[in-house]
Design a binder for this molecule. Sequence first.
Ligand code: SF4
Length: 717
Amino acid sequence: MSGALATTCPYCGVGCGVLASAGADGGVSITGDPRHPSNLGRLCVKGAALGETLDLQGRLLHPMLREPGGALRRADWNEALDRVANSFRQVIDSHGPDAVAFYVSGQLLTEDYYVVNKLAKGYIGTANIDTNSRLCMSSAVAGHKRAFGEDIVPGCYEDLEQAELIVLVGSNTAWCHPVIFQRMVAAKEQGAGVRIVVIDPRFTATCESADLHLPIKPGTDVWLFNGLLSFLFRHGAMDAAFVDAHTKGLVEALAAADADAGDPAEVARICGVQLADLLTFYRWFARHEKTVSLFSQGVNQSSSGTDKVNSIINCHLLTGRIGKPGRGPFSITGQPNAMGGREVGGLANMLAAHMELHDTVHRDIVQSFWDSPHIASQPGLKAVELFDAVLQGKVKALWIMGTNPVVSLPDADGVKRALEACELVVCSDIVEATDTNAFAHVLLPALGWGEKNGTVTSSERRISRQRPFLPAPGGARADWQIICDVAQRMGFGRDFQFGGPRDIFVEHARLTAFRNHEPQSDGLPAAQRQLNLGALATLSQQDYDALVPVQWPVTDEVRGSSRMFADGRFAHSDGRARFIATPGRAPAHAPDAEYPLVLNTGRVRDQWHTMTRTGKSSRLAGHVSEPYIDMHPHDALRFGVREGELARVHSRWGAMVARVRHGGGILVGHVFVPIHWNDQFASDARVGGLVNPVVDPVSGEPEFKHTPVMVEPFPVR
Ligand code: SF4
């Protein structure tokens, strides 16, 4: 083996450091990096098995073009890139810039994300570029912006080790962010009296380490936290000095909370939990000064996801528990670079450096920095609406990068129909055969993990390098390179001549510093504009190659700040955080006689997304080998299905078939199906086809956790 290279795991948002080395025999050695602050040498089983997923079987190694008869043929890069650039140009000339769109991924590196957003928003002139991160954390982004004035995660992983009370809301941390969970449990074992509360409708693996589990009815989180806000206020837990000096809006938020949830007995009834357990949680929260509330998809993936986020943040603002060690609301990201994408304007409503597309001053700043011919004039289409626009023929050319929406989006059969109807579908991917690539007119081979070079940002705002230790296979190219090649063919060459990822990173860092020196509509002092990488704007190639993990902001004055808001100054123009009134709202679709069960979806421990990589490891398949429908034995009896036998689960949007299992942790009236399996691994196994396409009105994040369904024996008896 050659010397090990320090890189970053490509799976979840924990962002663990990995030491990787490739041997002459083609094998790859993987160990946890003991010097990486996110994991201090730990890896979960997915990270440890990375070396088993890197073979070239199934890899897309050359550009492919679809012939008029439907067959794919190999093409050279010039022909494929010309086809993409010319087709995009023709569509724009005939139908305007909003007739093209991009759907990208939290798997992209920050440098890839930056150039594709620059191309779309600044040069083509459309904001129709959204990301699969819309599906996992956009409600947290929207909640942060409402409360803090910018999308800022206040805390860091060390807070979880310093807390006296950890509240895990809608997060199966043990399976979905395992190394964070390991750190938390290790701290609990060492620290006398540390308590963990899990708020989740299911009894998950995370609950095994909990001191209290509140199995709330899905969708009732806002009532639970409104009730907590009301309880904290009435029982003297308010930090009045903090609220007076640093916040606004308490009266309205309290009025909404009291109206909804002023009576704990009523909250317990609405949430479906024991009153005594609810009061235990409320009392523990009131009593423990050092409290962290960690949340993820169970909160975000909801038609009231943004309100859920703000209802949690409200409780931290009331108690002044933010910006201090061991305290804070903490949104954990699902993907390795969901956070990096946010930093460079990866969402359809954002611009780079945390600026907003709806703000004319921000648009002017970005356009003048890029010196670009256009800037998109309004926010673009968010993920679900973007595919609706494709189906309606408004978007005629779509470029999908590193994601598999035919499996992962809600109403996934509708996504299939949209791609069938689309004039031009371009897919950049590492894998040749996916459910989405089946609809591609152009397939472009991208570099994968171990081959790519750039940066990612973890859930705690830590920028960390992904470094290549494997050669580029076949004709595969870096995503940023492919995007720049197309940009040059579209006539934007001068501004897409990057020598490598370091040049792109430095331009991104310069833009964050540039923003802070421009007068802006928010009237905010520069120090309050939080994402600033000014000190990284002069990185040499050598510095970039050697970059050690660092949290932002990184300025000449501040290097690697662990916690934001330590001084009580927030990013709203008056420096104050906002309480947000969050009246409770039921999920969009209630179960009924036709669809009497509620479908919840999520991850299993050892698979990642649509299994294009983890599906290669037999070790990982050993944990859960096939898709399943987890349901309560009483419901199985009621609907005539048996454990171990196949059943068909269907909704108003679609159907799938899987084996029934009684995992033991699910409420009567509910079923759980994992998100990973798809038609490449099992037939009729895409749960996305069932999921309702309802989204949160603020964030656009879909309601993956609450779709009414029916279950019946398969084949139908
Ligand atoms: Fe990778 Fe997440 Fe596991 Fe860390 S916890 S090794 S980042 S999958």
